[in-house]
Design a protein around this ligand. Sequence first.
Ligand code: URP
Ligand code: ZN
Ligand code: ZN
Length: 474
Amino acid sequence: MSILLKNGTIVTSTDEYVGDILIEDEKIAAIGKNLLLEADQVIDVSGKYVLPGGVDQHVHYSFDYKGARVQGFDTSNAAIVGGTTTVIEFVNQAPGKGIAETIFEYEENEVKDVAMVDYSFHGIVCEPSDELFKEIPSLVDKGLPTLKLFMAYKGLPFHSDDEAIFKALKAAKDVGVTVMIHAENADVIDILQQEYIAKGLTDPYYHALSRPTLVEVEATQRVIHLANLAGAPVYIVHVTAKEVMEVIRDAYIKGTPVYGETCTHYLMLDKEDLARPNFEGAKYVCSPALREEEDREALWNAVNKGWLNAVSSDHCGFNWEKQKTMGIDDFTNIPNGSPGVENRLGILWTYGVNTGKISRQRLVDLYATTPAKINGIAHRKGHIGVGFDADIVVYDPTPVSIISNETSLQGVDFNIYEGLKQEGKVDKVFLRGQLAVEDGKYVGRLGQGTFIPGKPYGLCYEGFEKKEELESVL
Ligand code: URP
Ligand code: ZN
Ligand code: ZN
């Protein structure tokens, strides 16, 4: 099957030009101006932007918080209607099992037959035994070149101490595995949480007050030191605040291979959303917590300048009524995490590109190209080029809509961006050459997604080409 997309404005992380794209089966076969090629189907996309499919390297389709589980891959059509064609899912190491065993069992039982986007996995270290550290080299051969460890969440099965983190960094760096860190000081949070609860301060707002920016700053600094001691690169997930971003930026400039991402909600929302009445604030409970308006501005600047390398959704499909309400009397029991995989591109377009905060090239880099590089899938994903997977988003810049949970496919009862305007819309999406979204509607099938094995030595292992450029702007 071949498809010719004619006259679109093709956007990559470095370029923008009007041209045609020939898709043959699963791949991009040719790109050029006025291609005189035959195809089974010709689609005119003039006036529209043609972007690589998004790579959302931070999603949760199996996360369990104190017994509340997020919506699974059977809601992953929400990702693709939002312009994301590949997700990378965090999987907790199961008790008594290895990382790869856990992941591939999960894939077999809960992902393979339902995923509507391509997918890959990050293993989460839960049992940092000697066997686990011995397993790390073999992950690479199985296409699993990343691991996540949580400095936060004291008492929960996925919390790691410094010993586990240091050992993981050492084992990982020998084989090109990228260690991703949730950086917050768990002990301090635990004490502050207990203090607020003891005083009867149980509302969602105290979630934010019990995890102030400094707990994130401290943990980020600590893990950078651990990474330096181990001689390993490190990747900081969901950076929320100016001060945290500055720690990462300054360490990078001094020569530490530390990289980081922020998430759509940290660019758009702030602490005051947690103060919404009638327990509505619980919808915005995620960790680390939402910060201040000035942090949002600093984060936009950081993603524009390259101080932070990617924008993820940290999608967690929790319901408000049946799950967030677990914490009605105690904010520490509110499941941490909010949905958002469907809105990442629309938000970055409307509030990033259309306000002049980032260019279209930068958007593509942050939402597709760099996440693909970090996770070792950049040979197939994250770029429009000949030989790449034909994961293509056709974005129509003209329509204006209001974000509403009523039209969402995320499978939950709220949307944290409810009522916000979106400029433009995802018109069509091709997943490896198959049309999966038409006129903004999902037209694909269950199980159309496939596992994309990652290669080791992703972006975080690369040299420091940006160093001089960055020094000059400091
Ligand atoms: O609150 C969040 N972010 N929940 C998901 C788990 C994590 O920390 O990434
Ligand atoms: Zn996290
Ligand atoms: Zn997360």
